[in-house]
Design a protein around this ligand. Structure first.
Ligand SMILES: [Ca+2]
Ligand SMILES: [Ca+2]
Ligand SMILES: [Ca+2]
Length: 363
């Protein structure tokens, strides 16, 4: 059971100032027991800076300070439909430190059927990564749905404490484009038990949501960089020639990097043979790669094995895992990708394996 912990507030009007900086760290449902996190705390977004307290229950009407501690002209409002309550806190036994200060206090959205409509007004137009913390410290089965206004992009969040922030468990992540009206709306609805809103982070993006090419290809075995291991040069833009495709295999990235829409796709593989999609922190040898098996290894450093996928009879494959989660990505990271694949019967150089070109993605 939950109950209201602190009374409603009347917002204090603060003089508006700069509209330039639009990075916000917001702690919702602040209780005396669990104050705001330290300014060193970046949470899931990796965005350190001042945390601003949104407390007192609906309508949570405040004029926000940004992460630099500067008062902005951005104001918040929260309207609740259903049996929504107010501030609530519960000391989850597994949370501590700054995680606890953000997550162990929250807005109780209410029982199933209740929705909290959060509105942020006065934002600078542009694309934002919006982190909505929605996790119940008291009951692991409680879950919350988060949907940006005017969209059907609902994400669910909740579950046992994962030991740190995890997409889909402690938070939802949406890329939202704010137009010239400067308004961001989030509809936060109870999915099971009681819904929770622990806080928000708004992180401006330098690129549009889902716009542009999500990855940049590099490290080609086409004679323009590191030489093919045994004269098995591939076509322009591809990896080295394999036993099935003399042009070599090609890797591309499609979809939106954030939150979780990115897919890696390869063509020109040896039909039916498995390949390992992997991630590295760096482009090797200045992006030219080094000889490895029948091909060039292009991505390296902090290697993460993402997924093993068998090529189709047409010599194609694609990832199906969530690359954001599997790769342990924080928005703003740059990572390089490549596919290592088997060529056991027809390997031109006799090593039995080969690789695609590399692709680098700015998340
Ligand atoms: Ca707090
Ligand atoms: Ca705790
Ligand atoms: Ca909180």
């Amino acid at each position: 059971m939950r109950k209201i912990q602190s009374s409603w507030w009347v917002a204090l009007l603060v003089a508006p100032a700069s509209a330039a900086a639009q990075e916000f760290n917001l702690d919702v449902g602040d209780a005396t027991t669990f104050g705001i996190p330290s300014s060193a705390y970046g949470a899931a977004a990796g965005q350190a800076g001042e945390w601003f307290s949104l407390n007192g229950g609906p309508p949570y009407a405040f004029t926000l300070d940004d992460v630099h501690g500067t008062t902005t002209s951005v104001v918040t409002d929260c309207q609740v439909m259903g049996n929504g309550l107010g501030d609530y806190s519960s000391d989850n036994a597994l949370t501590s430190g700054d995680d606890e200060l953000l997550m162990d206090d929250l807005q109780d959205v209410g029982g199933v059927g209740s929705t909290a409509i959060w509105t942020f007004s006065g934002l600078a137009p542009g694309a934002y990564n919006v982190f909505t913390y929605a996790w119940a410290p008291d009951v692991a089965t409680y879950t919350t749905n988060i949907t940006p206004g005017g969209t059907s992009d609902t994400q669910v969040s909740g579950g046992p404490w994962p030991g740190g922030h995890a997409l889909g468990t402690t938070y939802a992540l949406h890329c939202v484009t704010v137009d010239s009206a400067g308004v961001l709306v989030l509809e936060i609805a109870t999915a099971t038990g009681f819904g929770s809103v622990n806080g928000f982070q708004l992180v401006p993006k330098s690129t549009a949501c889902g716009g542009g090419a999500p990855g940049v290809a590099f490290c080609f075995c086409d004679g323009g960089g590191t030489a093919a291991p045994c004269g098995n040069t591939g076509a322009a833009g591809n990896g080295c020639a394999n036993g099935s495709v003399s042009a070599g295999a090609n890797l591309t990235a499609t979809g939106a990097p954030v939150p979780d829409g990115l897919v890696l796709e390869a063509v020109g593989l040896v039909p039916g043979q498995p390949g390992l999609y992997f991630q590295g922190d760096n482009e090797i040898n200045g992006g030219l790669g080094v000889t490895f098996g029948d091909g060039l290894r292009c991505a390296g450093g902090g290697v993460v094995r993402l997924q093993v996928v068998a090529a189709t009879t047409a010599g194609t494959s694609a990832t199906t895992v969530d690359l954001f989660v599997t790769g342990g990505i924080t928005p703003g990271d740059t990572r390089s990708y490549q596919l290592w694949y088997r060529d056991p019967a027809s390997s031109p150089c006799g090593t039995g394996f080969n690789l695609t070109n590399g692709v680098t993605v700015d998340w």
